[in-house]
Design a binder for this molecule. Structure first.
Ligand code: ATP
Ligand code: MG
Ligand code: FE
Length: 355
């Protein structure tokens, strides 16, 4: 099956062509138009995002088709992000997908954006197949999942407050770095001296306490707002001392280390509980090199494999939507004509329950 993917949930207008089956997929083309204009505002402005999707959607799809050297009649289905996200932004994608489907007589497959993030790694690593432990860390979500099979997602833990990507973006702002802040924070942190000989910025590791009782939610949940506040105090302190410039890298490093140590521990606990040997990372923060390295080190020697997407596939893109759409399409899931955009919606097949 050959599928066209369309993603417009936030500030990336993206189209991609993916060919194959969920067991063996080939990415034939990927176009991502990132809306740089939001940098001027330090965050995504929904109204501007919708307008830019309107101008970008047609050239993005046409370029994806051309790059893959296919034409619409050779496409078997159209996958489109229908939730969650900015409604005005999502509507551009769903309306365009429905119109295209109608014009060419092709089925339209609605895809949940976060299920897309889970499939992203599969495009580069064919072995990133269930069963696995998944960590979804993006701008709006932080989810720890056990995935026994595609389409079945047990929610083990999540953030109580800020998403990890959101925390990176807020810390970036405090440190005077541009939006989105994940990569700039990672780059700045990399210039700090190694903390092995005593760290000048040792921030709290939230919710890392051990537990005796297995049903204690704290064991898998996380929280990042306290850490963000600790960073704020460190920045103020450095400013008062007139040495923010000298301490910025160390603060970035201290923040990133705290986030990574927390996430690695939570994922390790989840994998151990379900005896999973594979770990799949998804979402924009998943391309953080220090996070990937720490996760691999934790699982090395324990027979564990850690799969993570490259930056282009980790942040929002239509290839992951096409990949998840391929899985949904092969299950015969097609949109009815009333399909529309939804701001928030649980991942299909997600369940919680005692662990
Ligand atoms: P969601 O998927 O929850 O709807 P989103 O689509 O806005 O949110 P993504 O595109 O998946 O989020 O990820 C964007 C986030 O990833 C931003 O918060 C960004 O700062 C963060 N990010 C990107 N690269 C890195 C990196 N190298 N290190 C840490 N964070 C990063
Ligand atoms: Mg984005
Ligand atoms: Fe996303």
């Amino acid at each position: 099956m050959r599928i066209l993917g369309i993603e417009t949930s936030c500030d990336e207008t993206s189209a991609a062509i993916v060919h194959g089956t969920p067991d063996a997929m080939t990415l034939e083309s990927l176009v991502i138009l990132s809306q740089d204009v939001h940098r001027l505002f330090g965050g995504v402005v929904p109204e501007i995002a919708s307008r830019q999707h309107l101008t970008g959607i047609v050239p993005a799809v046409e370029t994806a088709l051309r790059d893959a050297q296919v034409e619409m009649p050779n496409v078997d289905a159209i996958a489109v992000t229908h939730a969650p996200g900015l409604v005005g932004a999502l509507l551009v994608g769903t309306s365009y997908a429905k119109a295209l489907g109608l014009a060419y007589g092709k089925p339209v497959v609605p895809v949940h954006h976060l299920e897309g993030h889970l499939f992203a790694t599969l495009l580069e690593h064919g072995h990133a197949q269930p069963p696995f432990t998944a960590l979804l860390v993006s701008g709006g979500h932080t989810l720890l999942l056990d995935v026994p099979a595609w389409g079945r997602y047990q929610l083990l833990g999540q953030t109580r407050d800020d998403a990890v990507g959101e925390a990176f973006d807020k810390v970036a702002k405090l440190l005077g770095l541009p939006y989105p802040g994940g990569r700039p924070v990672e780059q700045l942190a990399a210039t700090a001296p190694s903390p092995s000989h005593g760290h000048p910025h040792q921030f709290p590791r939230p919710m890392l306490r051990r537990r005796a009782v297995i049903s204690d939610d704290d064991y898998f949940d996380c929280s990042f707002s306290g850490l963000k506040t600790a960073v704020l105090h460190a920045v103020r302190h450095a400013e008062q001392a007139g040495d923010l410039e000298g301490q910025r890298a160390s603060i970035a490093r201290g923040f990133q280390d705290a986030v990574i140590e927390t996430l690695v521990e939570k994922v390790y606990r989840a994998a151990k509980l379900r005896r999973r040997t594979r770990v799949v990372l998804g979402g924009g923060v998943a391309c953080n090199g220090a996070l990937q390295t720490a996760m691999r080190e934790r699982f090395a020697g324990r027979g564990g494999e850690v799969f993570a997407p490259s930056p282009r596939l980790a942040t929002d893109n239509a290839a992951m939507i096409a990949a998840a759409g391929l899985f949904r399409a092969m299950k015969g899931e097609h949109a009815d004509p009333a399909m529309t955009a939804t701001a928030s919606l649980p991942i299909p097949g997600i369940f919680s329950g005692k662990f």
